[in-house]
Design a binder for this molecule. Structure first.
Ligand code: FES
Ligand SMILES: [Fe+2]
Length: 427
């Protein structure tokens, strides 16, 4: 079947989203539609951690899709987010990643805005010595910054452009709420560092990647050799009601070593597994899990651009910033907790070596996504295949080798994008 897009309307050949048209990763028209219909649509976009802006005037800049916003705290403690673009002639207002400012002043003609985005003053609004100035009908109320609606949960700040976005707890769903409570609300988080990773692939490829525990013990074979993550481990996925948000988790158990020995034949044909491989310095692998609940890896993927991740004792907020159809910046905020000892901090930083642009895991993911983007770009009218773990209805699993949660992402994506219905029969 030819699945080539008509206009910016890709053809989805399977109703269960087990086929994804490759155009969605390459077509600039689809990318523009995503910025409008997803990021400015009925979604909650991650903006910041509350602990990044504790004081009056503290601000950070971030990206909603490819639009930059300023997130700041007002005198009364409320949090505001506004587009970082002047209502006069469009200049960027804040040109730093973070800082403290009690108003937003445009550097060009000094139009000045409150932190909540209202236009407070315009130099020479009434002219000079009775001459010039703005026309009498000019009303500052009509020329504020573009504002986002804000909601917070567990110290995470979200913003939405749409009045139709459902309340944040309903949007996050029960598994996300439970995990945010487990990861971020039992202790008081604090930022211990940031990393950025530029990936030469479409932003949705990362959403697929992080919902895909199938690859974790294949692309990242060293994880199997070192017992970090194996397909024999207990674990699975849980989806929210829309399929858009996924909780992937793996759990340590006493059977892991035997389970790994039983897996030999699954790797035999590839010739890639080196079970005897050892780290010269295994310190990174020997950090005890501080929550002591057995969860080795928990990845909470929230539509469209947020991952709250626990990989061993590394806690991170991963945020996607699309940079065109074929590039994305992954911004990672690493978290520790108030009361951490020096040893705790040392261990968390040790395990940062797994994630980030030079992280053992993440550099493999970045490279895999680059290869996918390169490989699919000329396959016009074709599609990928997502059948691992079963086709048909979306459902939770108690196994890790699955692509069902990726189909959940596409189910919601397709709906929000307003594409024509997917085919009723699978190809
Ligand atoms: S562009 Fe901002 S004040 Fe003129
Ligand atoms: Fe990975």
């Amino acid at each position: 079947m030819n699945t080539q897009a008509h206009g910016a309307q890709p053809v989805w050949p399977a109703a269960d989203f087990s086929r994804v048209p490759y155009e969605v990763f390459t077509d600039p028209r689809i990318y523009r539609l995503e910025m409008e219909r997803l990021f400015r649509g009925p979604v909650w976009n991650y903006l910041a951690m509350e602990c990044e802006i504790p004081q009056w005037g503290d601000y950070v800049t971030n990206w909603v899709g490819d639009t930059q916003v300023i997130v700041s705290r007002s005198r009364d403690g409320s949090i505001h987010a506004v587009e970082n673009s002047c209502a006069h002639r469009g200049a960027r207002l804040a040109d730093k990643v973070r800082g403290n400012a009690r108003r937003h002043v445009c550097p060009y003609h000094l139009w000045t805005y409150s932190l909540s985005g209202d236009l407070a003053s315009v130099p020479f609004e009434k002219g000079h010595k009775g001459k010039g100035g703005m026309p009498p009908c000019f009303d500052k109320k009509d020329h504020g910054l573009r504002k986002l609606r804000i909601a917070t949960h567990g110290g995470l700040v979200f913003g939405t452009y749409s009045d139709d976005t459902e309340p944040l707890p309903a949007y996050l769903g029960p598994h996300s709420l439970t995990q945010i409570d487990r990861l971020l609300m039992q202790r008081t988080p604090k930022v211990i560092g940031y990393l950025r990773q530029k990936i030469a692939g479409n932003w949705k490829l990362y959403n697929e990647n992080v919902r895909d525990p199938y690859h974790a013990s294949l692309l990242h074979l060293f994880q199997v050799s070192f017992g970090i993550q194996t397909p024999a481990m207990k674990g699975g996925i849980k989806l929210d009601k829309d399929g858009k948000n996924t909780w992937n988790h793996s759990i340590l158990s006493d059977d892991d070593a035997q389970g790994l020995r039983d897996l030999d034949r699954d790797y035999a044909d590839s010739g890639k597994l080196m079970p005897d491989l050892q780290m010269h310095d295994p310190a990174m692998l020997e950090v005890p899990l501080d929550l002591q609940d057995g969860y080795k890896t928990t990845l909470l993927s929230m539509f469209p651009s947020l991952v709250v991740a626990q990989v061993d004792n590394t806690y991170a907020i991963r945020h996607l910033r699309p940079k065109g159809p074929d590039a994305v910046e992954l911004h990672i905020t690493y978290l520790g907790f108030e009361g951490d000892t020096d040893e705790d901090l040392h261990n968390r930083l040790l395990q940062v070596n797994l994630i980030g642009p030079a992280g053992y895991i993440s550099m493999e993911d970045g490279e895999a996504l680059r290869l996918v983007q390169l490989g699919l770009k000329t396959r016009h009218g074709e599609h990928s295949v997502l059948e691992m773990g079963g086709t048909g209805e979306l459902h939770d699993t108690d196994y890790l080798s699955q692509e069902i949660s990726i189909r959940g992402f596409w189910t919601h994506y397709h709906q929000l994008m307003g594409f024509e219905p997917a085919a009723t029969e699978k190809v």
